[in-house]
Ligand binder design. Structure first.
Ligand code: IVH
Length: 668
């Protein structure tokens, strides 16, 4: 066979194998016997060995995992990957339904889907080719894990049509693969994965794609990341069918529901049948089907108002309290933790459960040695529900909170109006190390490799006393630490160095000022632009900022007033840590245009712009788009067939524009 013939045959085999692979993996309906598939695959491998230049990147032979990479690049999502609000019971679901109907009218269809317990991913295709896959990360920035995602058989490397789009879905590990993997690891004496989700996450985080390839991961795609309407789609269900036609795997247990009763019945059905599924689900996702109605409802800062996730009730199990330990947090709060006989709850092994505070221990009368019921609340932190008093033997020991801090010995204080006991010694080593741990954590300065153990050691050895000391560490000092090799030390120094250029909001959040969370830190950074400016801000200036309240303002003023803090900022500046905001900033002075600073509602059908386009253009000019008309609304843009919102706007005498006027003002 000459090269020309080989090329023709390779192209043919690619097409055939792609089709058979799709039938086998995605549709779960093999089109040919396995032996035929294997035979064709072998023929392709032989030809590709003879003519390596005929190995196309989307060839079915290219799933086994390429060469290992050294790290995952960061990628910024074109549109943030939001999360869903949660509902926990029938009442919550009915409330959600009421809110939806009051925002988008009574003619509502929902699509109910299984909430797959895996990892959210974004997959980008250009002209039908899979070019990039990323994790959700913090929603704005994720990691490029393309090499690993290419090994997932149900992720097409080439689409059936030459479309360019981003899809989003959930990668997961089927229960059977998870059990087999853990059995294997057990035999090899390796640590076991706690649940299929961790196993899937661990697999996708491997730098060697051969490992991911061996893990039998799977995917369900649940939507388009971007403007589905530009593909001529007007409903979620229609989008899922469009996605399927391109060759993606969607979940077929979904159902279009026309009433809240149907939604509740769907939930009931899957609460009973979830154990029979071959993969784990942790709830049900309820989405408004029609895009026009989704747009009417809009978003909150974190999640869409047109969808929500019903979470299955936490599983409860019985175990024994072996001990009660105390820990001192960053703000000095002393928290008791129950040390338990290990038990499996909702797929994870649990050995500790928070007891929150002294009052709770007393109220629930939890004693050391008690048999207790524990529950995994919101599936993260397990909690003790109750003690089984009738099972006591008399050997159980009641627990007393100490009068002194378990870390530094200073007297514990109960602040008025708070249940927590607090250590107020600013020199308390436990508080300082917790503060340092917070500073380097992922959502703050994000210094990888500086884990709890390393921080504790550095602090104990006197190498760091406050956050500015982190920036003075040398590789030699690190090499003296336990279990710190040449490579980890270099990586850590590089990570510390990289964090110097973080934008201000990370630093500000990392300082751990009371009441200043991530969102507050971002708002303040955008507003002031530098720590220097923020330091001189007055209480009045602060509370005048939208979303900054009195508590936060007080706390900021008090924090930056102290001499030590001012010196600390000085030391950070000397260590070349960036103290300015470098993120993108959209700030338009009020009155600069017709939209800046105004609350605007879009309703009805727009002809020339999509809702998304109108919204982003208004926002770029400093306007705020919200979902419902109220007294606070400044302007309503009414398209064709505008209904209740227009009526309300007229009733409240709010300004109303048509699309033409909108476009005119936008282009000024
Ligand atoms: S829709 C705007 N559908 O659940 C958010 N999410 O907080 C759109 N998930 O991390 C998400 N199954 O990865 C959607 N059928 C499903 C899902 C699903 C699982 C995950 C998702 C996200 C979390 C929602």
């Amino acid at each position: 066979m000459d090269r020309i013939q080989a090329e023709q045959r390779v192209t043919e085999l690619n097409e055939q194998l792609r089709g058979y692979g799709h039938a086998y993996y995605v549709l779960d309906k093999p089109a040919v016997p396995d032996s035929v598939y294997d035979q064709l695959m072998n023929e392709l491998i032989e030809l590709e060995t003879l003519y390596p230049d005929l190995i196309f990147p989307d060839s079915p032979t290219q799933r086994v995992g390429g060469t290992p990479i050294s790290n995952f690049d960061k990628v910024t999502h074109a549109l943030p990957m939001l999360s869903l609000s949660n509902v926990f019971n029938e009442e919550d679901i009915r409330d959600f339904d009421r809110r939806v109907r009051s925002g988008a009218g009574d003619n509502i269809e929902y699509v109910c889907e299984l909430k797959i317990d895996g990892l959210a991913v974004s997959l980008i295709y250009e002209n039908g080719q899979f070019i990039r896959g990323a994790t959700r990360g913090d929603g704005r920035v994720g990691e490029d894990i393309t090499v690993n995602l290419r090994t997932v058989r149900t992720i097409p490397l080439k689409l059936r049509k030459s479309e360019s789009l981003e899809v989003r879905g959930e990668v997961f590990m089927p229960k059977k693969s998870f059990h087999a993997l853990n059995a294997e690891r057990g035999e090899r004496g390796e640590e076991l994965f706690a649940n299929p989700r961790n196993a899937a996450a661990g697999s996708l985080r491997q730098l060697d794609p051969k490992i991911a390839a061996s893990r039998n991961l799977d995917v369900f795609i649940y939507g388009i990341g971007g403007d589905a309407e530009s593909h001529g789609l007007s409903e979620h269900e229609e989008t899922l069918q469009f996605i399927e036609a391109l060759g993606f795997k969607t979940n077929n247990e979904r159902q279009v529901c026309r009433s809240v009763e149907e939604v509740l019945a769907y939930i009931e059905k899957w609460t009973e049948q979830r154990a029979d599924l071959s993969y784990e689900i942790d709830g049900i996702v309820i989405k408004v089907n029609r895009y026009l109605q989704q747009q009417e409802l809009g978003f909150t800062a974190k999640s869409p108002k047109w969808a929500t996730a019903y979470k299955f009730p936490a599983e409860e199990v019985m175990t024994t309290v072996r001990d009660i330990e105390l820990s001192v947090g960053r703000t000095g709060v002393v928290t008791p933790t129950a040390i338990l006989d290990p038990v499996s709850v909702a797929g994870t092994t649990v050995q500790r459960a928070s007891l929150h505070n002294e009052d709770l221990i007393r109220e629930k009368d939890i004693r050391i040695g008690d048999k207790v019921i524990i529950r995994k609340a919101g599936d993260i932190i397990p909690e003790v529900v109750s003690a089984l008093v009738e099972q006591r033997t008399g050997d159980e020991l009641p627990f007393e909170m100490p009068e002194n801090c378990p870390a530094c010995g200073s007297e514990l204080i109960r602040i008025e109006g708070e249940v927590a006991l607090r250590c107020v010694n600013p020199q308390c080593p436990a508080q300082i190390t917790e503060g340092l741990i917070h500073f380097v954590s992922r959502n703050a300065m994000n210094i990888e490799g500086l884990g709890e153990k390393v921080i504790e050691q550095l602090y104990r050895e006197g190498l760091i006393a406050d956050i500015s000391d982190i920036y003075k560490l040398t590789k030699e000092q690190l090499l003296n630490l336990d279990r710190m090799g040449e490579k980890s030390a270099s990586n850590l120094i590089a990570a510390i160095d990289a964090s110097r250029s973080n934008s201000m909001e990370r630093l500000l959040f990392g300082l751990g000022i009371r009441h200043v969370g991530e969102r507050g830190a971002r708002i303040l950074s955008e507003h002031f632009g530098s720590i220097e400016k923020l330091m001189t801000a007055t209480f009045d200036e602060l509370i005048n900022i939208h979303e900054i309240g009195g508590k936060m303002a007080d706390s900021i003023v008090a924090y930056f007033e102290t001499e030590e803090v001012q010196q600390l900022m000085q030391r950070l500046a000397e260590a070349n840590v960036n103290l300015t905001y470098t993120g993108t900033r959209v700030r338009v002075e009020e009155g600069a245009n017709a939209f800046a600073g105004k609350k605007i509602v879009l309703t009805g059908k727009l002809e020339k712009l999509t809702r998304g386009e109108a919204q982003s253009q208004i926002e770029a000019l400093g306007g705020k788009v919200s979902g419902s008309v109220s007294k606070k609304t400044d302007l309503v843009i009414a398209g064709e067939e505008a209904g209740s919102k227009l009526a309300k706007a007229l009733e409240l005498k709010v300004d109303v524009w048509n699309e033409e006027r909108l476009i005119e003002e936008l282009s000024k």
